[in-house]
Design a binder for this molecule. Structure first.
Ligand code: CP
Ligand code: NVA
Length: 304
């Protein structure tokens, strides 16, 4: 059996991703109907968090419990990870004890190293470069509200960060066009832009970038690990705020998403999350269902 990992959206084919999104909605319905569905009985999820989290931690931990398994939360504060044990050694050991492992860390290279030394599937639960689990939930949320995203136009507003990079991968894998509206100097990864220039464009003018868009997405101006840049970034990013007035320039059916946590008064206006076009609570809930689909798939079959 080939050991599959989910480090970026590019690790799965477009049809696998489409299947996962559909399955996420099925698992959501099963859960909402109160049915017990425990295909992962006795399976253990290791959860390594080197950065903070609310949604990711709770959705993975609740998700594996609902599927019949259990989770172990591991932080560098109270494991040998924080005392310099090499990541490769930690991967070798933990993957002999856990059935699947998710990692939230800084360098993307760390999850790569971990997966190279793991006997079990590794899930990227956010690195400085990518946040693919969030994209599964976002794609599920769009599909549940508006149907297929294929051929639509999505506008990314703000920092060319880990979420933005994952949106570029999503544009490729889910077949939509992406307009990135960021301040000069805060563009997403250059090689990703180059590889996807047939469907991703940069438009620094925010009004032009959202005109006719079907989905407007933003994120914090300073990500985890960039706290000391917060004040400087607040100045540069000032023109890049999403508000109901900005959304009025988008398509009449446009939706607004934000992976959360959100900073009202910065990347969004104080009233943005109360606007009916904002689907952020569904988006947050869908982390649970999408990751259940992901864990079920990674742990399910020999032909993976
Ligand atoms: N969106 C997201 O990943 O949230 P957390 O940082 O709370 O996990
Ligand atoms: N870009 C943000 C996403 C948080 C879920 C960060 O990395 O902090």
């Amino acid at each position: 059996m080939v050991n599959r990992h989910f480090l970026t959206l590019m690790d799965f084919t477009p049809s696998e991703l489409a299947m996962l999104v559909n399955r996420a909605t099925e698992l959501k319905n099963i859960h909402h109907q109160g049915q017990v569905y425990e295909p992962l009985k006795n399976k253990v999820l290791g959860m390594i968090f080197e950065k903070s989290s609310t949604r990711t931690r709770v959705s993975f931990e609740a998700g594996i419990a609902q599927l019949g398994g259990s989770a172990i939360f591991l932080s560098p504060r109270d494991t040998q990870l924080g005392r310099g044990e090499p990541i490769e050694d930690s991967a070798r050991v933990l993957s002999r004890m856990c059935d699947i492992i998710m990692i939230r860390t800084f360098a993307h290279e760390t999850v790569k190293n971990f997966s190279d030394n793991s006997r079990v599937p590794i899930i990227n639960a956010l690195t400085d470069d990518y946040h693919p689990c969030q994209l599964l939930a976002d794609m599920q949320t769009y599909q549940e509200h508006r149907g297929s995203i294929q051929g639509k136009t999505v506008t990314w507003v703000g920092d060319g960060n880990n979420m933005c990079n994952s949106y570029i991968n999503a544009a490729r894998q889910f077949d939509f066009n992406l307009v990135v509206s960021c301040p000069a100097g805060f563009e997403p990864m250059a090689e990703l832009l180059e590889a996807n220039k047939d469907r991703v464009t940069i438009e620094h003018d925010l009004s032009k970038a959202v005109a006719g868009s079907h989905l407007v997405v933003t994120d914090v101006w300073a990500s985890m690990g960039q706290e000391e840049e917060q004040k400087e970034r607040e100045k540069v990013f000032q023109p890049y705020q999403v508000s109901p007035e900005l959304m009025d320039l988008a398509d009449a059916e446009a939706l607004f998403m934000h992976c959360l946590p959100a900073h009202r008064g910065e990347e969004i206006s104080h009233d943005m999350l109360d606007d009916p076009r904002a689907v952020v609570w569904d988006e947050a809930e869908n982390r649970l269902h999408a990751q259940k689909a992901l864990m079920e798939y990674l742990l399910s079959n020999e032909e993976n």
